[in-house]
Write a new protein. Sequence first.
Length: 180
Amino acid sequence: MKFEISNLKFIGGLLAWMVFASLAGGQSTPPATAPPTAAQIVQQFGPAFHADPAFPVLVADFDGDGAEDAIAVATNENPLLDELAFHYKVVDPYSSSYGFKDPKLTQQFSTEEKPRLLLVVHDWRAPKAKFVLMIVPFEKLSLTRELVKKKPVPAVLITEDSGMKSSVYWDGKKWKWKEQ
């Protein structure tokens, strides 16, 4: 009988410890942080950029490092001017997919006076890399997934006026354009 009582005490103690541990673990979880606003993202790129409030900020782990990245829409007449001063890289994934890789050259292709740009911040809470994606024709943006090396990765689904859909995604080294 003594053997059974000690087993019950052990099991009871173990159950009490498990309940306490689960309650304590639930209390130590930090509250979720609200996503950044477009103004917060744009501020990191300099005063020449102006947020476009018609588009939401997209938040996902685009580079697969476990930290949330953010994408905001903004306008700027010449995003190349402040590239060094504000530590971002201007890229053109759309034109690059057709063989034109130099943003200094492809910027001249744009017919808009103040083109809409996608501003990307990898790890928006503690920025580690920033990109300006230019000449991305879109009327609507949303999140989607693309297969990269047989692995699904977050991407931005781009819908144009004509209804044509494309996506932009991080392939592990650079931003790429893919037509649907």
